[in-house]
Design a protein around this ligand. Structure first.
Ligand SMILES: [Zn+2]
Length: 249
């Protein structure tokens, strides 16, 4: 786990590949369904992640959009059945009543947020399309509707493809940078790139989020984390790691 500090009483962090039951090429703590890993293994891995979080970890079916689901703790205590695999299609989750929420990634940007006094937490899946469509402000707005004050919110931008690695066609860079200029970047080898973590951080600041932090970890460079692009280069598939956040009891 790469643990992060989102305030007193908040459990938050990013899982690594380590500590799960899935074999190669998902080795080993794959938390993503729909990447051809066995669902029973993924559920066991998710139970291990929830053990670290101290809560059920709710996940959405991510579709690169701007939909946000609000999750409470109803159903968390259902004995024996375990949590549902998904709360439905969404790219942002807001947790209230102490609910734990998570985001699944392998190069896209995971964002975790918390307003401790309001007891509201959030998780965002921000890839290129979601960032450009406005998923970050959509989640902040949903947190505000749940009682959060952006000035009080602490956010962390998690491990993701960095602006020196995430090569894209120049036309794509121009399209995204037209609305998210902070994302304009160049690879370390001089070609067009997008800096999605910088774009996300700029969106958070524009929403008035008072405390924006970055892990600075690049998934393409740090093999502790799953990377879709690194796997594709070697002709294989890979798993998904998670950002997880919950308030303590
Ligand atoms: Zn990088």
């Amino acid at each position: 786990m790469l643990e992060v500090d989102l305030g007193a009483g908040v459990r938050a962090g990013f899982t690594t590949r380590a500590g799960g039951v899935s074999p190669h090429p998902w080795d080993s703590l794959n938390l993503g369904l729909g990447v051809r890993d066995d669902a029973a293994r993924v559920r066991e891995n998710r139970a291990r992640a929830a053990g670290w979080l101290g809560r059920t970890a709710h996940f959405a079916t991510q579709v690169h959009g701007t939909g946000v689901a609000v999750v409470g703790t109803a159903g968390d205590a259902d004995a024996g059945t375990g949590p549902a695999d998904t709360v439905g299609e969404a790219d942002g989750l807001v947790g209230v009543d102490g609910a734990g929420v998570g985001v699944l990634v392998a190069d896209c940007v995971p964002v975790l947020l918390a307003d401790v006094p309001a007891r509201v937490v959030g998780a965002v899946h921000a890839g290129r399309r979601g960032l450009a469509a406005g998923v970050v402000p959509a989640v902040v707005r949903a947190m505000v509707r749940a009682g959060a004050d952006p000035a009080r919110v602490r956010a962390v931008v998690g491990p993701s493809a960095c602006g020196a690695c995430y090569e894209v066609p120049a036309t794509m860079r121009d399209e995204v940078a037209a609305t998210r200029p902070a994302a304009w970047s160049t690879t370390s080898w001089g070609t067009a790139a997008l800096d999605l973590p910088a774009g996300v951080a700029a969106d958070l600041a524009a929403c008035g989020v008072g405390d924006v932090r970055r892990t600075g970890v690049c998934t393409l460079e740090d093999e502790r984390f799953y990377s879709h692009r690194r796997a594709a280069r070697s002709g294989t598939t890979t798993g998904r790691f998670a950002g997880l956040v919950a308030l303590g009891p």
